[in-house]
Design a binder for this molecule. Structure first.
Ligand SMILES: [Zn+2]
Ligand SMILES: [Zn+2]
Length: 218
């Protein structure tokens, strides 16, 4: 065989990696490329843990790991480290800290790492945790509309097969859309030429109809 094609194989050991590979604190470098990573939907491994009764994050809604969870939503400034996210107020418990510092763990340096004993809690009115979740579900089941703060902002939730609930959601959403447009006009006046009217009705503002799928199911 030609010498140019020879491949040399060196056995790999975990010790060799530990000696030469570290994740160190980020350093702010002027002019360096700054990209904010996007929020990522809950991964299959986290979903499995979420519904495993023996797991310490069983039914914990803020479950996350290195391949899923919030990023853009929680970042306050770059570089992306926990200390510069809204998670900095939640001190890791010993179990989470163990996972965070273990190179063999799925949550090694997962900045938004959290669990029921150290992380954010679900809240609805004055209730917390599972009670809050049940109460919010009851409101939706009873025809109400709930604003759910999730990854990337608020989502208005109602029973999609209840005509009255959907109509109520549309009534609520109309003024909210107008307010969002007004805010954008203040921020980017060039997007709305002088004298342009704000879209007052949905038919002036064609686009994907989020309720169409709900209607077609009925
Ligand atoms: Zn995950
Ligand atoms: Zn924890």
């Amino acid at each position: 065989m030609d010498a140019a094609w020879r491949i040399e194989v060196t056995p790999w050991t975990a010790d060799a990696m530990a000696a030469g590979f570290d994740i160190v604190e980020s350093e702010a470098v002027p002019g360096a490329a700054r990209e904010i990573p996007p929020d990522l939907a809950t991964c299959a491994d986290c979903l499995r843990e979420l519904f495993a009764p023996a797991n310490r994050r069983y039914r914990y809604p803020f479950i996350t790991c290195t391949v899923c969870g919030p990023r853009a939503t929680i970042i306050e400034s770059l570089p992306y480290d926990r200390a510069r996210t809204s998670m900095r107020g939640f001190e890791m418990c010993p179990a989470c800290a163990g996972e965070y510092h273990d190179p063999g763990d799925r949550r090694f340096h997962a900045e938004p790492i959290a669990c029921p004993s150290c992380g954010p809690r679900l809240r609805f009115l004055s209730m917390t945790g599972e009670t809050a979740l049940r109460a919010a579900v009851d409101v939706v089941a009873g025809g109400g509309v709930v604003a759910v703060k999730g990854l990337g902002g608020f989502q208005l939730v109602c029973d999609a097969i209840n005509g009255e609930s959907v109509a109520r959601l549309r009534r609520i959403k109309g003024p909210l859309l107008l307010r969002a447009h007004a805010r954008r006009r203040r921020r980017r006046p060039q997007a709305y030429p002088h004298g342009a009217r704000l879209p007052a009705r949905r038919r002036d503002h064609p686009g994907p109809d989020p309720y169409r799928s709900a209607r077609s199911k009925r």
